[in-house]
Design a protein around this ligand. Structure first.
Ligand code: FMN
Length: 227
């Protein structure tokens, strides 16, 4: 990219990302186009993950009846969610699929990414080292699940960024009742608890009104160390 274009692009990205709608509310009348939704999902799909294992799944909730069930899982945000257009629930793969010796890892490395056999062995050895470090024992289910869960936030972050780039507001949500939300998804056949667990929710819609305000953050000097 030419330098001038690059500078313009950086400026535009900073503007898009640095501003937010004054109210946290969505404009309940505006719908996200299929094309824009696909764009956001596609950027989520392309998100990086540890060893490229993509240990996630995205569930888009758009059916009004199912949304009603979903509102009940997060009562404080019911009014906000009612005005959101789409709600994405990110699921994380359970630890049984993510041990270095699992079938899923073989599938992703060999069948999806078509990585040669010798390299697969090397990568799996890397994953084993990570898992043995990560957990005191390589059979520590919780640590391996937390590893999986962390990856899903990269997909979350990518989708938030993509939404911002095209003028769509994105509100991540963690304050739901997990058991109730699980029940909603299981009932709809969108979650098999043997394979996945709920990671995080992302509400998408257009922000209300035209007024925008700066995103307030701690100054860089407070959070950055360069050595
Ligand atoms: C992982 C994550 C989880 C969040 N969960 C909630 C939540 O459960 N409820 C809520 O009201 N806001 C939630 N938020 C929104 C944050 O409060 C909001 O992003 C933060 O205050 C910064 O807002 P701003 O980017 O609009 O300045 C969450 C944000 C993130 C990144």
């Amino acid at each position: 990219m030419e330098n001038k274009n690059l500078e313009e692009r950086k400026e535009e990205m900073l503007k898009n990302y640095g501003l937010k709608h004054v109210s946290r509310e969505f404009d309940g009348t505006k719908k996200i186009s299929e094309d824009d939704l696909n764009f956001i999902l596609e950027i989520g799909r392309l998100a990086p993950s540890s060893y490229g294992l993509e240990p996630w799944k995205f569930v888009v909730v758009e059916n009004e009846k199912i949304k009603e069930d979903l509102y009940k899982t997060t009562p404080r945000l019911e009014n906000t969610l009612r005005k959101a257009d789409k709600i994405i629930i990110i699921l994380s793969r359970n630890s049984n699929h993510l041990r270095y010796s699992s079938n899923y890892i073989n599938y992703v490395l060999k069948d999806v990414k078509r990585i040669p056999e010798e390299l697969v062995t090397e990568i799996k050895s890397g994953i084993r080292t990570l898992q043995e470090r990560e957990a005191n024992s390589m059979y520590d289910t919780l640590s391996i699940y937390h590893w999986s869960w962390r990856q899903s936030y990269l997909a979350l972050s990518s989708m938030i960024f993509a939404a911002n780039e095209i003028g769509i507001s994105a509100l991540p949500i963690e304050e739901y009742n997990e058991k109730q939300l699980e029940d909603v998804l299981v009932k709809q056949g969108a979650l098999d608890k043997n394979d996945y667990s709920i990671s995080v929710m992302l509400a998408l819609g257009y922000g209300e009104g035209d007024l925008k305000t700066e995103r307030i953050r701690r100054p860089m000097s407070e959070l950055l160390t360069r050595i």
